[in-house]
Write a protein that binds this ligand. Structure first.
Ligand SMILES: [Zn+2]
Ligand SMILES: [Zn+2]
Ligand SMILES: [Zn+2]
Length: 155
């Protein structure tokens, strides 16, 4: 699974120790290497293809000896973040973000399915809330078609 965007809530204080020195973002699946430094799994895997020394302390490390860092994973997972999609007011723990992103109604694909009526299980209140966005989307779906129709119709 690819990494979602972590948009940290503004008032939220996040320890600098939860940031990866390679990507400068909050740890995602952190791994600890032999010198004790922690990085995202993906980051340190990429790094080890080019360098065999730790990006922080320059000590040699062996990626095969790297372990998952559960404490860092748990602490990063507790950071409060916002939804990636514009208009959505969801906020919650980083651990719950990926689950939310799958079901978020503000996800562009979901939203356009919903607005064009392909998604039927929609509470009316939600539709009203999304109406403005729907109008934009429905316009962008139907306007090009109407223009084509006009061109084709004999006048
Ligand atoms: Zn990283
Ligand atoms: Zn190190
Ligand atoms: Zn959302």
């Amino acid at each position: 699974m690819s990494r979602p965007k972590f948009i940290v809530k503004r008032q939220e204080k996040v320890s600098k120790h939860l940031f990866c020195a390679i990507c400068d973002e909050i740890f995602w699946k952190p791994k600890v290497i032999t010198c004790g430094h922690v990085f995202c799994k993906h980051c340190i895997e990429q790094w080890s293809k080019i360098e065999k020394t730790c990006p922080v302390c320059r000590r040699r490390f062996d990626l095969k000896a790297a372990n998952n860092h559960l404490l860092a994973a748990h602490m990063a997972g507790e950071v409060k973040v916002l939804c990636n999609f514009e208009g959505c007011s969801w906020s919650g723990q980083m651990d719950d973000l990926t689950r939310h992103l799958q079901i978020c109604l503000y996800k562009p694909e979901k939203l356009s399915a919903l607005c064009s009526g392909q998604e039927t299980l929609t509470p009316m209140s939600l539709f009203t809330k999304l109406k403005e966005k729907c109008v934009q989307i429905v316009k962008s779906i139907y306007e090009p078609i109407q223009e084509q129709d006009l061109e084709c119709s004999p006048s």
